[in-house]
Design a protein around this ligand. Structure first.
Ligand code: NAP
Ligand code: MG
Length: 525
């Protein structure tokens, strides 16, 4: 079967084997027939129901209730932390090989359920089918990568040198040991990978966890939690709570029994968590993965076709709602007209619609608030720049039921306009001419963020680009995506400056260590 040799990643997803499509369609039909059920939280291995509930509706068609979820309270948050605390001694003292084997089981279950989770994701996030399947596949790979790192580093137990003592023998051992209770708060846009990745690392390291998904995407994360449960993780080792960030999320952040947090989401909420988290008698690890304002720089020597396709894929994949989306395009003057013509041509071919459908590239934006943001930003941009494509929400026919926005390219926006620096998180990308590459680099780096960046140009220029760009993940001459499409083990993912706090990228060499503190054990005979 073609599928057995095909490895799905964000770089390979453009030419999947036919079977991927037929299986997706089969599973989707089954999932659709079962929507609207109520789902609990999971605390200490038990289903937990709250008095208040909330409906999870699809942004594709807001009449569609995907499921009913619990509006967890501060009490639920505190119970989940207490359960994780109670489970910590057994889990952390278990041999790391056993934890690795349980997490590999969870990764295998995620693989087995890829189509089901992917079908739910397409409806819940509005993400197209290949990207939805990719998000699930990435989750399993991130968990496996954490397992691989643990094995490769033999549990992070290292014999150190022996002190030159006369008459005594001293054995010195360095170990990395888990912190305790780890909190994982995830965003709506990659609900599987950005919950499962940090969870997998925290768990392999020996921490116990509390997971809190975005209110727009509890369903995907519930399905992921079921994979942890069904893999046989002991009760309380992972806990899954749902509810508003402002109440339940805040209660988790304020709980002094939490020993570390991985937050992936917006800059404002992340910085708030960082400040809040500082209100204790000692510093706790705070891994933040925040926003981006990712530039693509196009030199006069660029391969125009590669650049154009890479830009369009990164600007409008997932409707521009990726932290890595290409939201700024900076083109050297001699190539500007030709490049823009190609980018506009490709953008006009993008199909917007129901993301579960095969030919659709762009679904709706996530919710009413993002839909309103699109209308506000485009109004502001209409006065300051010029629309090359899009600019107005889509409301005809089936579009009327969801939050559909067209791919929007804006030219002529003055370089000092505030939207060159603000993350819009929508299918809006601004394009401009620059006199030379130095001007482009200056603009590229003059933002709070430093997540991803793309470049198209000659080999020599590429070297200059990598040396000078201030971002954690950088691509040169890549048609698969100018600024998007990282995969664990290939492109470890993380940001500089306001885009992240740890300076180490997920799915890479230095990530798992963030979930452990070092202990030196010196024994003198
Ligand atoms: P968001 O609004 O910041 O929410 C992220 C998570 O934080 C949600 O689960 C949210 O819950 C929760 N939350 C909100 N307020 C909280 C509080 N006071 N205490 C604790 N938790 C709280 O972000 P989003 O809209 O879901 O995601 C988009 C953002 O994420 C963009 O800025 C994007 O760039 C960034 N992102 C970064 C990366 C990366 O790897 N660097 C990856 C993906 C996305 P509710 O949903 O209930 O409010
Ligand atoms: Mg929803």
């Amino acid at each position: 079967m073609a599928e057995s040799t095909f490895k799905l990643t964000y770089a390979t997803m453009f030419n999947p084997p036919e079977e991927l499509h037929t299986r997706f369609e089969d599973v989707l039909a089954g999932v659709k027939a079962n929507l609207g059920q109520e789902h609990g939280m999971i605390i200490n291995g038990e289903e937990r129901f709250a008095e208040e509930k909330f409906e999870d509706r699809s942004p594709v068609n807001t009449d569609l209730v995907l499921g009913v979820f619990q509006k967890g309270t501060a009490q639920d948050a505190n119970d989940a932390v207490a359960a994780a605390r109670q489970a910590f001694p057994v889990w952390s003292k278990m041999k790391w090989q056993e934890r690795v084997s349980l997490l590999r089981k969870a990764a295998d279950l995620i693989d087995q359920r890829t189509f089901e989770i992917g079908a739910v994701m397409a409806m819940e996030v509005g993400k197209n089918r290949m990207e939805s399947l990719g998000d699930v596949a990435e989750t399993a790979d991130l968990i496996r990568y954490a397992c691989y790192q643990m094995e490769k580093n033999e549990g992070y137990v290292v014999e150190m040198g022996r002190d030159p003592l006369v008459g005594y023998t001293s054995t010195n051992t360095s170990m990395l040991r888990p912190y305790g209770v780890w909190l994982v708060i995830s965003p709506f846009n990659f609900p599987a990978a950005l919950t499962g990745g940090p969870s997998g690392a925290a768990l392999v390291a020996g921490n116990t966890i509390v997971i809190k998904p975005a209110t727009d995407t509890p369903f995907v994360v519930r399905l992921l939690a079921e994979c942890f449960r069904d893999a046989g993780l002991p009760d309380g080792v992972f806990n899954f709570v749902t509810g508003p960030g402002s109440t339940l999320g805040q209660a988790l952040i304020d709980n002094p029994e939490v020993d570390g947090v991985t937050f992936t989401g917006s800059y404002d909420v992340g910085m708030g968590i960082f400040r809040n988290f500082a209100q204790r008698n000692y510093v706790r690890p705070t891994i933040l993965e925040l926003g981006g304002k990712n530039p693509a720089i196009i030199s006069r020597h660029a391969d125009i076709e590669r650049a154009a396709i890479g830009i369009v894929r990164s600007a409008f994949g997932l409707q521009g709602q990726k932290c890595s989306a290409c939201s700024r395009v900076l083109v050297e003057e001699p190539l500007y007209d030709a490049l823009v013509e190609q980018v506009v041509g490709l953008t006009k071919k993008l199909v917007v619609g129901d993301p579960t459908e095969r030919e659709v590239y762009m679904g709706p934006v996530i919710n009413r608030s993002s839909y309103k943001d699109f209308q506000d930003f485009t109004e502001e941009l209409s006065g300051a720049g010029r629309f090359l494509t899009g600019g107005k929400i889509l409301t005809e026919g089936d579009f009327a039921k969801g939050y559909f926005c067209p791919p929007t390219l804006v030219a002529g926006l003055p370089h000092d306009h505030r939207l060159w620096k603000h993350e819009m998180f929508l299918p809006i990308t601004t394009v401009t001419k620059v006199a030379n590459l130095d001007e482009a680099m200056k603009m590229a780096n003059e933002v709070t963020y430093g997540l991803t960046a793309g470049f198209y140009g000659s080999a020599e220029e590429t070297k200059w680009f990598f040396e000078n760009i201030q971002a954690g993940v950088n691509y040169a001459n890549r048609p698969q995506g100018a600024t998007t499409g990282a995969w664990p083990g290939f492109q470890p993912f993380g940001g500089w400056k306001g885009s992240g706090s740890s300076g180490k990228n997920a799915g890479g060499h230095y990530y798992l260590q963030l979930y452990m503190h070092e202990q030196i054990q010196t024994l003198v005979d």
